[in-house]
Design a protein around this ligand. Sequence first.
Ligand code: MEV
Length: 437
Amino acid sequence: MHKNPISGFSKLSKIRKMQWVVENFFKDPDGVMNELISYWHPGLQSILDGFIENSIGNFPIPLGVAPNFKINGKVYAIPMAIEESSVIAAASSASKFWFDRGGFKAEVIDMKKIGQVHFKWKGDKELLFSEFDKIEKKLREDTKEITASMEERGGGIHSVKLVDFTDKIENLYQIKTEFYTCESMGANFINTILEQFSTTLKNYIVSHDIFAVKDIEIIMSILSNYTPDSIVHSEVSCHVEELINGQSIKNGKLFAEKFHTAVEIARKDPFRATTHNKGIFNGIDAVIIATGNDFRAVEACGHTYAARDGQYRSLSKCEIKNGIFRFWLDIPMAIGTVGGLTRTHPMAKRSLEMLGNPGVQELMKIVASVGLAQNFGAVKSLVTTGIQKGHMKLHLSNILTYLEADTSEKEKIMAYFKDKIVSFSEVKKILDKIRGK
Ligand code: MEV
């Protein structure tokens, strides 16, 4: 067993890395080695390996499709990469439900991204603020080359502000900058500019006699993943009577009121809000991953936004007014349709193609609408049938796959559990019985 730290691991060949892993951490090194290799993709492995460090293989997650999404009158089939059962089923059922009731109406409110240079300086605060216009000019001048092509496309640096943070952390200031990054998420663009800003700022203070204190400490220069001004809105609405739907919604008004209460609970109770928002991100993350975007960034941003007034609340809202049920979601996100994995991951490229190669604003509208649909599907189930019914069907199917049941065994067991509670031990017991064990 491996006990001491290994040095130079990253410099080992891929096979050597794998050998080290299987020999140190597995009881059956040869078997595991073969299994890892069996997950390599014959055509793409070098591309996939290029995305990260120390790659030893792939971790497959299924790519599914939720059809029938009508967003601003256009119909989409949505690619979703997700491992959790029932998510795509819920999204598909919600999209179909709203397809017949006008679909989703979505709009992008703004697209501003944010970055910060955090620095410590013990000099004259008023002087720093009074000089900042000149400093800003120099910051912009020194980043002209970096911003040129983004500016040609209509983006670039929007605003540059000096923020006094000294009441919270001694001597700490920030240069808070807003950017427009066009079709890209903009992380590299923003971080490159910020690092140049920090160099320029340092040089400015050192080279201008007006500043008596020359010692400036740059703490860090980095984009903020919180982008409350890169925000998209999506909503659905219909008359409460139109909500009536087969066996699950027999009384539109009652359903609307119960649904409304469920959303109100999530507005007021962080315990429920967290689960409620998790349901929204079930849909959002799946599209974000499928399109090669950064789901950690989108999640982090959404959760901060959910707590923007000091309490963590549901991201979606609901109202019933004059007999009209309205359900909507405002969510900030920084995503792209160029850059990152969007064009280099072959499946991300195909996912974007499935969506008709949308621009970034259209993709934001799609993502928000899927999040809203997912949320509607989950809350609709919760306040009507409960979610276990749907979940258990897929859960049962996963158990049967795990137990390597064949088609005829699957059919028998599915029929047996139609009206019974599913548990692993119970399924195994019945399967053993069928197999005569
Ligand atoms: C499960 O992944 C998501 C739900 O718990 C969301 C919700 O409760 O709203 C069903």
